[in-house]
Every structure is written in C-alpha cells, then in structure tokens.
Design a protein around this ligand. Sequence first.
Ligand code: MTE
Length: 447
Amino acid sequence: MSDTQRTVGRLVKAPENFLAKDDAKSPETMRRKFLAAGAATAGLGLAAAAKAASNPVSGKGDPNILNLPEHTTGLGMPVAANGYGVPSKYEKGLQRRESPGLTRVSAASVAFTPLQGTFGIITPSGLHFERHHQGWWDIDPSKHRFMINGMVKRPKVYTMDDLMRLPSVSRIHFIECGANTAMEWGNVAVPTVQYTHGMVSCSEFTGVPLSALLEDCGYDKKNGKFVLAEGADGSSMTRTIPIEMALDDVIVAYGMNGEMLRPENGYPLRLVVPGVQGVSWVKWLRRIEVGDQKWATKDEAIHYIDLLPNGMHRQYSGIQEAKSVVTSPSGGQLLLDKGFYNITGLAWSGRGKITRVDVSADGGKNWRTARLETPVLTKALTRFNIDWSWDGKPAILQSRAIDDTGYVQPPVQLLREVRGTRSIYHNNMIQSWRVAESGEVSNVQVS
Ligand code: MTE
C-alpha cells in the first residue's frame, strides 16, 4: 500500500482481527494484545496472577515477580511537557494531505482532511482542510485592520481589539469547498475518502455577527442589497454575498474550536458564511463593502461557476446541497474478517438540518435508516452510524442524506443528467465504496 493509502482509519472490533493488515505489527496492535492479556490476568487474583506471571503476561522471569510494564511502575512525563498538547506518536499517520500533482504549486493547492480517521462532528483544528489560492500568512493581529465601507453612513476601520470587545457568538458549522468531490464528475479518480470528500470540515467558530457590525456602520437599509468580502492575501479574493444572508447568520470570526483561528484558516479574522461554499468564507478578512449590485469578481465570473450540459454556465450557486459519505469502511481500508462492523459517516446540508440518512450495502437496492448521533445542528456535520454484518461476499456501501427541506441526495446518474460530466463544483452525488471478497474497499461508481 502506498503511504497515502496507509492513512486509512482503524477498523477495530476485537484487538487484532479487525486491524488493517499493515497495522498488524504496529506498536498499537502490540499494545492491544498486551491489554487483552492484561485484562485476563486482572481477573485471576494476585496470587494466581503471580503464579501465572511466568507465562501469559511476561513469558519469562521469576514466577514470583510480575513483569509489569514501565508505565505502571515508573514515573510518567511531567505536566506541561507539551505546553501545547500534541497527538500521540502512534497517531502520526493521521495527517492532512495534498493530492500529488493536483496543482503546480502547493501555495495554490489544498490539503484534505482525513475523514476516515476522525470521530464525531468536530474536525480537530490541525486537521481542518486548507485551501489557498496564493499561500497562507500568519498576520500580526496588532497590525490587522478590518474596514466596512460603501453604502454605509459611518464607514469604519476596526482593530482586532475593537472587534474582540463586542458581544460574540459561537456556532458549530461545516465548511465545504465548492470543489469538494470535483475529481469524480466524469469517473472514479481518487482512492480514498480523504481525497473524494476531504474538503469538508466542521468547527465551532466564534466572532461578531456581521449584522451587528453593519448596524454599527449604519448600512443603507433601502438600497444596500449585497456585501463584498475581501481578503488581505495576494489572491484578490473577493466574494459577493446577498444582504439577507449577511444579516442572517454570517459571522466575522476570530475563534475556532475554542482558540484563535489557525493561520492556515485565516488568522486573525475570517468570514463564516454558514451553508455556503468555502470560497465565500474569506480568510484574512480585511474589508466588507455594502453595494447595490453583484460585483461579478474573477472568483464568481470565471471560477466557482457550473458548466451545464447545454454549454451555459451557472453563476452564484453557492449553497452546498445535502450530501453524505460513509467514512468507514471506505476506500483504501481493508476488512480482515467477516462479521460485525459499525458503518459510520458524515452528512450535511447547506440549507439546514439533516433529518435522515439511509445506508445501503448492496449498491442502492435496499436501504436501511441510520442512527443520527446528537447533536444534529443546522448547517453542521451530522454523524451517522449503523450496524452491519459482513457475510464475506462483495458489497457496495452507500449513504443517502435527506435534509429538512425534503431534498434527497442524488445518485450519480441523476446528477449527471442535470449537470453533465464536465463541471468542477457542487458534486453531491451518492458515494459508493465496493467491498471485495478479499476485504479490500475501493472507490466505484454504480448506475
Ligand atoms: N480567502 C482568501 N483570502 N484567500 C483564499 O485563497 N480560499 C477560499 C476561502 N477563503 C481563500 C479564502 C477557499 S476556495 C476555500 S474552500 C476556503 O477559504 C478554505 O478555507 P480553509 O482553508 O480554512 O479550509
């Protein structure tokens, strides 16, 4: 298996049977084996355990001395050894990854979230996907300024201190790049869920509602129809947002998952536009202008538009429709044995809440309704789980999301009928994972 495929998650039911093959001799596996043996010993009582010490646990040494591991007998690490906590060394395979050859330079590329290895709905900040058009910056917050101008009575320039003393809100939302799943429009193109769907992440964002700042500047309530958001990087990232949306749930955010934004995600200030494709979530936000018409900037006239089968382009299609994906078992993973598995995945909708997720193990012939884990929040990732007993025969796993508008995630052929095969953005087709008799899971498209 290649290094990237090895980023697969763990299919663990019992200690070693359910581990990916190439994990079988890893320290993690050895630890699990040890724990299983240790648990057996614990039930024996001390005397019996001491007697047994010569074989099952240590396998050597004085039968009267328990050969306990160092972590139960020695002194552990001191507090604050990592002033800022980092994951265990055994978890170093779980990384954001760039798809090799996708763009000419990494500064204008994307690093995908390893969805196969995350739990629940929150993406750890260090694994949040990154998409930059011209690289990222670590901007000094004391020098950063944010301006509101255009059709306002009182144009203003805010410092970060000005913004952080205002009343704040914290909300959990997904962000999905409009180009997520872009490579799969024509054919199966990439092997793992990290690359098919890893341009979606979900965090708790904290900041000031844009509506409060627009009020503060006295925006023109009669004629102000749109706002333009502008970033401070060299990509000239500017995006039009309808004023109703700006006044609804848009946040001028400085916080992410309980701390300041990470530089890659727009530190010290970014726009959070719930439900809308990631490009409108302008990073290193420096300006909002109020206007009376759409700006048709390069990133809304040339890019982030949908090429339809009749050759026309669809513009301003920013809301991310309902979508879901099984994250485990998923492409690149390996089922080592038949029997019980927990099928798990994520569902989201830019229009509101997920109300139902159906899962099929036979390529869409039969569907069962999955369990939605709480919390189920509006415009946030929703975790689903469902039991599955694999009989060892080939299977095709799929999930289908339904949101509170009644919208149903489409199968690939239906989406292609309407959208063609030459689009880049807004591919929310039902994803299929084929489980082969060998247990190998791969990316397929079924009609
Ligand atoms: N904002 C600026 N200033 N520059 C950028 O390159 N990329 C956009 C958007 N905001 C971008 C930007 C795109 S295309 C996406 S998908 C999201 O940021 C990605 O946000 P993330 O890197 O925090 O995941």
